[in-house]
Design a protein around this ligand. Structure first.
Ligand SMILES: Nc1ncnc2c1ncn2[C@@H]1O[C@H](COP(=O)(O)OP(=O)(O)OP(=O)(O)O)[C@@H](O)[C@H]1O
Length: 278
């Protein structure tokens, strides 16, 4: 029987509004999800602003704790991980966020951004091995190492910066990547490129991806399955093709109707192509 890589069991998150207030926001309600170890997948979590998407990402990364329920990684509750297991979790579960600038320190070059995790997680046997890994990761996301190494963040385009983030995640050979609106701040012309890097990561390295977005067009082109969140509740889930082409819930229908590219077969102005070639 295949093992679970990730199991989210009835997780809820309630935010209290200050010590003296009795008001609370239920950001996520009884959310459950299972990802199998040997069946890497790309799952979209979709929903409009405030539906609980980022809360889910924060919970998975251990930045906040669940009010009720539990998150198991390889069968262990992430809240109780210590020592080597905690280190492994931090390496194997990586994130790419919306703002490709936010994670860059403007005073350090790309090389520095990539060497820090190599050192921190003792990934390389030697300096040369470190450089080789760096170059490999950059090439895997479609960047030429000589174009970006030695440069400072402001000397790169938004698309390059975001691909460097994906390369950084790739360096660590993660099992799970949490991508929270990774393309919402880059030009439409670069979106396909970055999404392709994510799909390649999945296809070539067996990485499971939780792709968080409000944009069903990119979700459709990138994901296998989809979960639709509305005010913290899952209103619909299933394979992306059927959910988007034949939405059952009125809220999903509303989201589908707001897709700016009504023809799902056409992406970013290109002629019709099968989904696999995103
Ligand atoms: N730290 C916090 N304290 C109080 N309420 C919060 C906090 N973080 C989020 N919320 C509330 O929880 C709900 C879910 O927020 P969340 O950020 O998860 O939504 P989202 O779907 O990611 O939205 P967006 O797409 O705008 O980022 C919202 O009503 C939000 O106002």
């Amino acid at each position: 029987m295949s093992e679970n890589l990730l199991e989210i069991r009835k997780v809820s998150k309630v935010y209290q509004r200050g010590l003296l207030s009795s008001k609370a926001t239920v950001a996520l309600k009884q959310f459950s999800l299972t990802l199998k170890e040997d069946e890497p997948t790309i799952l979209t979590v979709a929903g409009e602003s405030g539906s609980g998407k980022t809360t889910l990402a924060m919970l998975l990364l251990g930045f906040i704790t669940a009010t009720t329920g539990e998150i198991l990684y390889r069968g262990k509750n992430i809240a109780g991980l210590v020592g080597k297991e905690r280190m492994a979790y931090r390496r194997e579960v990586q994130a790419v966020f919306q703002d490709p600038f936010a994670v860059f320190n403007p005073f350090y070059t790309v090389d520095h951004l990539l060497t820090v995790p190599i050192r921190q997680f003792k990934l390389a046997k030697s300096r040369a091995d470190g450089v080789r890994r760096m170059e490999e990761a950059l090439t895997a996301v479609g960047l030429r190492p000589e174009d970006v190494l030695g440069r400072f963040p402001h000397q790169l385009s938004g698309g390059q910066r975001q691909r460097i983030n994906v390369a950084r995640a790739l360096l660590l050979k993660p099992r799970l990547l949490i991508a929270d609106e990774p393309v919402s701040m880059v030009d439409a012309s670069l979106r396909a490129n970055i999404l392709e890097s994510l799909r390649n990561l999945h296809r070539d390295h067996g990485v499971s991806i939780i792709y968080i977005t409000h944009d069903l067009t990119t979700a459709y082109h990138v994901a296998d399955d989809i979960v639709v969140l509305y005010k913290g509740d899952v209103v619909e889930k299933g394979d992306v093709e059927s959910v988007i082409r034949n939405p059952q819930h009125s809220y999903t229908r509303l989201l589908v109707d707001s897709i700016p590219w009504p023809d799902l077969n056409k992406k970013w102005g290109e002629p019709l192509k099968p989904r696999e070639t995103v």
